[in-house]
Design a protein around this ligand. Structure first.
Ligand SMILES: Nc1ncnc2c1ncn2[C@@H]1O[C@H](COP(=O)(O)OP(=O)(O)OP(=O)(O)O)[C@@H](O)[C@H]1O
Length: 666
């Protein structure tokens, strides 16, 4: 997957090759990699001048914080890896950088003297290194090429960046979505031979950590076609749920198994891929977790695997006893644990929620698009999955796209896909878009209110004509999708503000399903029980109870982050329990929950009304941004431990307003 980068040209020779190319259009023969030439072409088309210092966007500190928050998972997993990489290159006077999918640098660590020099060309957190802003550079190019790239000295399109030598590799999630890039940059006079290899290794580690953490509740199959490959960076990872359904395959696994991108969303049962019975494999792993097993693929090829099964997975498998019986008999269960989340199982006794579930049940399968509205963390995606699993498309793919998380310049190819050679830097074989991946199933567009206007027009055409036209393709491809959308914003307001197309609004809003915020729900006890039972932070979560004194605090708290926040609080509480403890006590809860006053939430019997909340925890709705002073912002940030979304909600202002205020004032 790497770009071979054997170079003959260096130093002044390289400089003159570049000038000849730019002034006379002479294509150098040899000495330069295809990726560099493609990038130069792109820069020329963009009209960049080699003498300019780039076209930096006006990125504020607030933008950087917003991007960091959006990429919190990536940052969490990449931080340790970056430090490890830096240890390897410490002597070379370089730095390690992490950028998001738009090229914005989120984090960097490095040799102080080089960090200082790099900052003179703005190679630092908060600066965007997309190609259209900085010309040819490793971060920008690797994001476009979707492959590792090295850019030496004068290969940088802009002369000012010729002082750098950079190696970068792209980072993807397990669904093939581009998340960002890891880059190692140093002085152009001291190129190191193995830097690109190190960057690729770092990316592999980050992707693995993210995969393992995302699938902590699943059985993990680490495998390779050679026994010695298992346990190394080249092994592939498969996550399998308690019913034997493969829920995810990492990049290496897809390569080893020859799985195409279009199948990422529907990998099917373990038994579809392997001849070996899933039940047999799991019980062997249970007996001897260190055992290296030989597994036969359906096409006769052999793989060697080690299986890791978490306590949460075992509990899940135990609970799904009928499914387990099927698995033990080597049958392919048709419905996975994921698929068992249905409208029925979501019902936990809250009247408001039940009203919404009943309305959803009536329209599912009737080609009526559902728009799910609710605060962040209130369970919008889970409701979307439940709708999918409760309808006639349950066996088809469920493809979720977070419109706010995809950078604007990538959203088109991500949604619609592209044909081979559609644009410079496109993959030879093209790529299937997310809409097409949902064919036969459900497309879930999360945060639809954040979709750029140009994309809204294209999406509208897809919904009207039920066809997608991949970028660069001439033939429309028919798609059969059910559409579910979600937003925490008021789409009606966005329509009035001219930010959301009215015609699309009517297309996506067949039925509005309102999800109540947790503070207004009357089923807190049931949700707490469910979250504890499903936890992977305790070997026997079902044995754990919540002391009434702790439950009273949970009831009293206003839960600005809704079920997601409650889930985090309970996970931490479970992790804090000592081996002999089976009861969650107030001391296991965070301070802010311990401090919740009983009057801030009405008893679970009736939905809380605003008048029943104490002024201290009441969200300060209806305030104009200018009415909010710095002290209030500081207090809200402290109160919500730096959680900006929660603080903004509490202050009654839009999150962006808060970022802007912080960008100016802090
Ligand atoms: N009824 C429920 N029972 C158990 N867990 C739930 C329930 N509803 C939501 N969750 C959990 O809460 C977390 C947040 O849910 P989800 O991602 O669906 O919320 P969301 O509204 O889509 O959030 P966002 O707006 O931030 O995307 C998830 O981990 C989900 O599994």
């Amino acid at each position: 997957m790497g770009q071979m980068h054997v170079r003959a040209a260096q130093g002044s020779e390289l400089e003159s090759l570049r000038r000849r190319y730019l002034e006379r259009g002479d294509l150098p023969e040899g000495g330069l990699s295809a990726s560099v030439l493609r990038s130069w072409e792109r820069c020329q088309r963009l009209g960049l001048e080699i003498g300019e210092r780039g076209r930096p966007a006006n990125t504020t500190r607030a933008d950087l914080m917003l991007a960091r928050e959006r990429n919190a998972t990536l940052l969490n997993h990449a931080g340790g890896v970056m430090e490890h990489l830096y240890e390897q290159i410490r002597a070379s006077g370089s730095m390690v950088l992490l950028a998001d999918a738009s090229g914005l640098i989120l984090h960097g660590i490095g040799d102080p003297s080089f960090v200082d020099r790099a900052s003179r060309v703005a190679l630092q957190p908060g600066a965007s290194w997309s190609e259209c802003q900085r010309g040819t550079n490793a971060i920008g190019a690797t994001l476009i090429e979707r492959a590792p790239v090295e850019i030496f000295g004068a290969e940088h399109y802009l002369e000012c960046n010729g002082v750098l030598t950079c190696s970068a590799a792209p980072i993807f999630d397990s669904k093939g979505v581009l998340l960002g890039a890891l880059d190692i940059s140093g002085d152009h006079r001291k190129p190191q031979p193995h830097t690109l290899g190190l960057a690729r290794m770092g990316v592999r580690l980050v992707e693995r950590r993210m995969f393992e953490s995302e699938h902590a509740r699943h059985a993990l199959f680490a495998f390779h076609n050679r026994p010695e490959g298992v346990g190394g960076l080249q092994e592939g990872l498969l996550a399998v749920d308690a019913d034997g359904e493969i829920v995810a395959a990492d990049r290496q696994a897809r390569m080893l198994l020859g799985i195409e991108d279009r199948r990422i969303g529907r990998l099917g049962a373990f038994g579809n891929l392997f001849r070996s019975g899933f039940g047999t494999v799991i019980s062997r792993a249970g007996r001897d977790p260190a055992a290296l097993m030989e597994l036969e693929l359906r096409d006769g090829a052999r793989m060697f695997a080690r299986v890791r099964v978490s306590p949460a997975w075992s509990a899940n498998a135990h609970a799904a006893s009928s499914g387990r019986a099927r698995v033990a008999q080597g049958q392919d269960p048709s419905r996975s644990a994921r698929q068992r989340i249905t409208l029925e199982t979501l019902a936990t006794g809250d009247a408001g929620l039940q009203f919404t579930l009943d309305r959803c049940a009536k329209v599912i399968g009737r080609k009526i698009p559902v728009l799910i509205q609710g605060e962040s963390g209130s369970g919008k995606e889970l409701l979307a999955r439940a709708c999918h699993n409760s309808g006639p498309r349950a066996d088809g793919p469920f493809v979720a796209v977070n419109c706010a998380a995809i950078p604007e310049h990538l959203i088109e190819s991500e949604l619609f896909g592209y044909v081979g050679g559609a644009f410079t830097g496109a993959r030879k074989e093209g790529a299937i878009g997310r809409i097409q991946q949902a064919d036969g199933g459900t497309l879930f567009l999360d945060e639809i209110g954040d979709m750029p206007l140009a994309m809204q027009a294209r999406l509208l055409r897809v919904l009207q004509e039920r066809c997608v036209q991949p970028v660069g393709g001439s033939e429309p491809v028919a798609v059969d999708i059910a559409l579910l959308c979600a937003t925490h914003r008021n789409l009606g307001d966005l329509v009035r503000a001219g930010q959301f197309r009215e015609d699309l609004y009517y297309r996506v809003n067949g039925l509005t399903a309102m999800l109540p915020p947790l503070r207004e729900r009357t089923d807190l006890h049931q949700i707490v029980r469910r979250l504890i039972d499903g936890s992977s932070n305790h070997p026997e979560p079902r044995a754990i109870t919540v002391d009434p004194s702790a439950m009273r605090l949970l009831e009293a708290y206003a839960w600005p982050g809704n079920i997601r926040q409650l889930q985090n609080v309970l996970e931490v509480a479970l992790a804090l329990l000592d081996a002999h403890e089976e009861r969650i006590l107030p001391e296991h809860l965070p301070e802010e929950v311990q401090g919740a006053s009983p009057v801030t939430r009405v008893a679970a019997a009736a939905p809380a009304s605003a008048s029943a909340m104490s002024p201290a925890t009441l969200p300060l709705r209806g305030r104009r941004p200018k009415d909010i002073d710095d002290a209030m912002i500081r207090e809200a940030l402290e109160r919500f431990e730096g959680n900006l979304s929660a603080a903004a909600r509490h202050l009654g202002v839009a999150r962006n307003t808060l970022y802007r205020r912080m960008g100016c004032d802090y």
